[in-house]
Write a protein that binds this ligand. Structure first.
Ligand SMILES: NC(=O)c1ccc[n+]([C@@H]2O[C@H](COP(=O)([O-])OP(=O)(O)OC[C@H]3O[C@@H](n4cnc5c(N)ncnc54)[C@H](OP(=O)(O)O)[C@@H]3O)[C@@H](O)[C@H]2O)c1
Length: 352
């Protein structure tokens, strides 16, 4: 029998994934099946319930005997789990979370519990929150800026992919009080950011040769970026945030244009980032521009920059499904359960 099909290993964390047939769920499975401290015992799906996991995620063929099931109606049935990942469409987690037994730790990949202000939530997600009383129990899971709170958390709101790329680029500058005026973020994403269901904007003939901007000034990640920058330091600048669709399946690339209060040399700018991320394995300060190709399928966020006088451009690149979703969620799980943060996440990208 394949060594990866072994079940019932009581010393490991028992993991459930709601929405395991989607792209975020696919990446959770790809990583967790090889995590030495975790065993996925429940993988739910909607349309794909009943199918073998490897029949839907064919990259996992021969690596797991799991089958998708429908999510249980009575969530007392998940009481024997240690950790439940919610990789569901926006709006679904706020229905599930109130019914999850308290002893089960929850990591939500959606935007349902990221925003503290319910009016801001309503404005950006175009719906009224149905479980606002739970929000304060969720910790925003950008591990690098919120590690101590993540350690104590039982509920995590995992950050958005654009938000992760932008926050990791700007946090060192906000912490150092280096920003003079408004910041312009020009960010691009690959098509898997829209999830696994086929749609006109992800259909290959439409997408393969296209490049376009969308949601100008109104992307739903703007409020979470501003909320978290205020937590990191004295953020009072205007944020101009523009999102674009790239003709690639995975990857986020953000260029963040900043005017600094004082002139910075290349060496001074590098020191700001290196010092801020000195304990953070998954943020790499690179020479020149990062490249989405180098972080693909990994939990790294690569950060580069260019400086001229008081003009500073910070570049960040990550994989939207790994550091932007499932990888960061597992990084948070590691921190919550006291494991080495890198456990199960030591993945190099490929060259080319
Ligand atoms: N994609 C990204 O790059 C990314 C990055 C960061 C965060 N996120 C967030 O992560 C979450 C999952 O995203 P995704 O890209 O994995 O989406 P996805 O590919 O569309 O997957 C959604 C999953 O939820 C299930 N599902 C759909 N409707 C459902 C319903 N009404 N009730 C219960 N289950 C339902 C689907 O099951 P069936 O397939 O069986 O229908 C599937 O397993 C979203 O909230 C998204 O915003 C995504």
């Amino acid at each position: 029998m394949n060594q990866f099909l072994s079940m019932n290993q009581p010393s490991k964390l028992r993991i459930g994934i709601f929405g395991a047939s989607g792209y975020g769920g696919s990446e959770l499975l790809r990583i967790l099946l090889f995590h030495p401290q975790a065993e996925v015992v429940l993988a739910t799906a909607n349309e794909h319930a009943g199918k073998a996991v490897s029949a839907v995620h064919r990259n996992l063929y021969g690596l797991t005997a799991l089958h998708f099931v429908s999510a249980p109606e009575d969530l007392n049935e998940v009481e024997n789990l240690d950790c439940l990942f919610l990789a569901l469409p926006h709006g679904a987690a706020m229905d599930v979370a109130p019914r999850v037994p308290e002893r089960v730790k929850v990591i939500d990949l959606s935007g349902d519990f990221r925003l503290c202000d319910m009016d801001v939530f309503k404005h950006h997600y175009k719906s009224t929150h149905t479980a606002p009383e739970l929000q304060s129990g969720f910790v925003y899971g950008l591990t690098e800026t919120n590690r101590e709170a993540v350690k104590r958390a039982t509920r995590i709101a995992n950050p958005g992919c654009f938000a992760t790329a932008t926050l990791l680029a700007l946090a060192p500058l906000v912490k150092g009080d280096l920003i003079a005026n408004r910041v312009i973020v020009d960010a691009k994403t690959g098509s898997s950011g829209s999830g696994a269901k086929a749609a006109a904007n992800t259909h290959h003939p439409q997408r393969a040769n296209s490049f376009y901007a969308y949601k100008p000034f109104m992307h739903q990640h703007v409020p979470e970026i501003e909320q978290e920058l205020k937590r990191v330091g004295d953020w009072a600048s205007e944020l101009v945030f523009m999102t674009h669709s790239l003709p690639v399946p995975r990857g986020i690339f953000a260029s963040c244009y900043v005017e600094t209060k004082n002139e910075l040399s290349d060496e001074e700018a590098r020191r700001v980032f290196q010092e801020f991320y000195r304990h953070d394995f998954f943020v790499r300060v690179v020479e020149g521009s990062p490249d989405i190709n180098h972080v693909k399928t990994t939990n790294f966020c690569d950060i580069g920059f260019a400086v001229r006088g008081r003009s500073l451009v910070v570049f960040s690149a990550l994989d939207n499904l790994v550091k932007g979703a499932a990888g960061q969620a597992i990084q948070n799980m590691n921190v919550m359960f006291g494991f080495d943060e890198k456990t199960g996440l030591m993945m190099a990208g490929s060259n080319p």
